[in-house]
Design a binder for this molecule. Structure first.
Ligand SMILES: NC(=O)c1ccc[n+]([C@@H]2O[C@H](COP(=O)([O-])OP(=O)(O)OC[C@H]3O[C@@H](n4cnc5c(N)ncnc54)[C@H](OP(=O)(O)O)[C@@H]3O)[C@@H](O)[C@H]2O)c1
Length: 326
């Protein structure tokens, strides 16, 4: 699809060589991954981008950087005031950013968002499924009765992507980047208990939702290749980043994690692998894969489980009442 100075003029995404090579040089340097990357030579003019949860944390930096490359960026956010504040902040750097309301914990809200977006845009070139919640101490449910972490992090994004499929296909080379986590290592995904009804553990439920993110990208790629959708899908671990995500934890563990935020990487670092997967031509070599530090990584054996990925997809289509190939 998109970007960058290329000799063959083909319609493909690419960050300039200086970005990709520097990212690779620095990818094994914890806390300093690609610290001085430059985006100046890229051009996303005329391209449409959605970043979910683009009002804060990693999503805010992702939205800003893609907008600085010339894209028209829509930040999809649940809180109108926080969303508007982010648009104002991003406008200061001359960014072309709008906001539309999206609460991933409500299928009705996702449907309204997709309809409004579709009315305004013919094509969607980059979809960054970034929004997320982590480790809710008590089991809560979405408006549709789904366990809140799985419902927000996976099912809300699954429905959103499904409803935007015609716009993604229209881009003829779109990218879908799902912000997962190395926390997928804590997962033990039971397709018969996706809502953690039998036994709720806050970290296991988070891990399950993040494994679902990785499996989603893998299966989306498989189906895109089989059906000619021309969509490249990626999942990402952004690193351990000091954001509000850590604030859900209470008690001693919560106090420890909030204190620990000071020592985590910042959001500029946290956005880099999402940006790499959103625009770098080299990322295509490992499309469908799981990335960290701007490089493909192998996740747990569950991330390579074809049967689990297909089973989760079918269950997700049933639960979300959406068909990707309709
Ligand atoms: N930080 C890390 O160390 C880390 C590590 C691995 C993976 N991740 C992943 O990175 C992604 C971004 O997290 P972050 O660290 O940047 O956290 P963050 O600063 O808390 O940002 C999360 C974003 O998601 C939004 N969000 C939450 N629930 C939503 C809902 N129901 N509907 C719409 N938006 C919703 C939040 O909106 P509000 O502002 O309204 O709350 C916020 O914009 C998440 O998927 C997370 O799992 C983060």
């Amino acid at each position: 699809m998109i970007l960058g100075p290329r000799s063959d003029n083909s319609e493909e995404l690419s960050l300039p060589r200086e970005i990709t090579s520097k990212a690779r040089q620095q990818q094994h340097t914890p806390g300093n991954m690609g610290a001085n990357l430059s985006y100046e030579a890229n051009d996303l003019s005329g391209k449409n981008v959605i970043v979910t949860g683009g009002n804060a944390g990693i999503g805010l930096v992702t939205a800003r950087e893609l907008a600085k490359l010339g894209a028209s960026v829509t930040i999809a956010c649940r809180d109108p005031t926080r969303a508007q504040n982010a648009v104002e902040e991003l406008s200061k750097v001359g960014a072309n950013v709008q906001t539309l309301p999206l609460d991933l914990a409500s299928f009705e809200s996702v449907q309204t968002f997709a309809k409004s977006y579709g009315e305004k845009h013919d094509a969607l070139h980059i979809l960054v499924l970034n929004a997320g919640i982590m480790a809710l101490p008590e089991r809560k449910t979405t408006k549709d009765g789904l366990e809140m972490q799985m419902g927000t992090n996976h099912f809300g994004h699954f429905l959103l992507t499904g409803l935007l499929m015609d716009r993604l296909k229209a881009a003829q080379g779109a990218r879908v980047v799902t912000v997962a986590s190395s926390a997928h290592q804590m997962a033990s995904l039971d397709l018969d208990d996706l809502q953690s009804e039998k036994n709720y553990s806050k970290w296991k439920a988070y891990g399950n939702s993040k494994l679902a993110n990785v499996l989603f990208a893998k299966e989306l790629q498989k189906r895109s290749d089989a059906n000619g959708w021309k969509i490249d899908a990626f999942s990402v671990h952004p690193g351990v980043i000091g954001t509000d995500l850590w604030n859900h934890n209470s008690g001693v563990q919560g106090a420890f994690l909030r204190f620990g935020r000071k020592f985590m990487r910042d959001t500029e670092e946290g956005a880099k692998t999402s940006l790499y997967c959103a625009v770098d031509r080299d990322a295509e070599k490992n499309k469908g894969g799981y990335f960290s530090d701007c490089a493909p990584k192998s996740g747990t054996s569950a991330t390579r489980d074809d049967e689990l990925a297909a089973g989760l997809w079918e269950k997700s289509e049933d639960i979300c009442k959406v068909k990707y190939d309709a």
